[in-house]
Design a protein around this ligand. Sequence first.
Ligand code: ADP
Ligand code: ASP
Ligand code: MG
Length: 408
Amino acid sequence: MVLRVQKYGGTSVATIDNIQKIAKKVADDYSKGDDFVIIVSAMGDTTDDLINLAKQISDDLDLREMDKLLSTGESVSSALLAMSFHNLGIEALSLTGAQAGIHTDSFFSRASISDIEPSRIIREIEQRKIVVVAGFQGIDGDEELTTLGRGGSDTTAVGIAAAMDADICEIYTDVEGVYQADPRLIPNVNRIDEISYEEMLELSSEGAKVIHSRAVELALLNETPIFVGSTFSDNRSGTLIQGSIDMESSNKVRGITHDRNVARVTVSGVPDVPGIAAKIFAPLADYGISVDIIVQNTGHDGYSDMSFTVTQDSLDSTLVYVKDLAAELGANEVTGDSSLAKVSIVGAGLQNSPGYAGTMFKALNDAGVNIEMITTAEISITCVIKQDSVEAAVKALNKAFLVNNSNP
Ligand code: ADP
Ligand code: ASP
Ligand code: MG
């Protein structure tokens, strides 16, 4: 018997009509004998709407209560999908993350799954029920509700697929798979039919939000194959994420990503003595703030400047911590800039070829895009740019690497 774990995203479950269409589609396959666990996101913009409701009360929101609030979105859609199955005469039930055995750490609003205990799901499946699980949520060791960070329903799906050793984890969304760039920015861009976990992980960590990067990480660890496809397209094609990089066939740029959620913190006039970086960054890690790109200028007259990026929603809290620290360390000034974004090129071929960086910088320069920071990793090169240059930058990189194929 084939066990399929499927996840339907926010746009896919935005209306009752859509939810009923999904039930019908799953029912057809269920009648052929496959077992199903279905993970759903909240309907449409529900999560944003709930955040906006809370913001009417305070700007400084209690994260525990926020998780309690936001987890309701997925509870609603999961119950509605279960009812839609009942309407078709199929036995089904919805479960919250906690009921589904999803245990997490205690970082409210960005919890990580620590383990999944799927015995309840297994019991229900054994009775041929379709189990619908509310995505994006879990429960910590103190029985507090937690959420997994924006886009986290993908991670719920892969986590459950891995815990149950499912044959496949299918992520259904509003585009027909993973493309070489965001199809909303570059309409004619090619789809990627098959991609390794490593390349997909780099694409999603650098901003391709079609799948949550932690979902890919979990899939890589557990070797869970993922299919990404469109919820309502009759065309059953999409992208298969599995296996490792094939060096021979991937000697080029696989994708271009952008991320508009970038803020920079600059600490100027930091005393240039050993141990300063640890004093700044170790406490940030303890506060759960994740730092992406770090650049330290060469010291002069015993002082240097340090810049690093965080997500825009963590800028305010980062500035509070860093201003306190800077005063202790004797640094001059701390400034923040939330008008930034990043663009990246990703591909296994970047590993051994020095020419990609030059081609990338030239393409951005020719398009009038100013580069604020640069960072390179094994299979990617990333430039921090102004947010209002994102479209021009992605188009320029598309032209250089995907259309003209000017790979070095
Ligand atoms: P869901 O609500 O189904 O989880 P998301 O909005 O999180 O959907 O992700 C799907 C969106 O990801 C698409 O609508 C698309 O605009 C965006 N996206 C960004 N980069 C890519 C890419 N490389 N390939 C496909 N989609 C991408
Ligand atoms: N509803 C959550 C969000 O909007 C989780 C998800 O959709 O994956 O981020
Ligand atoms: Mg998503």
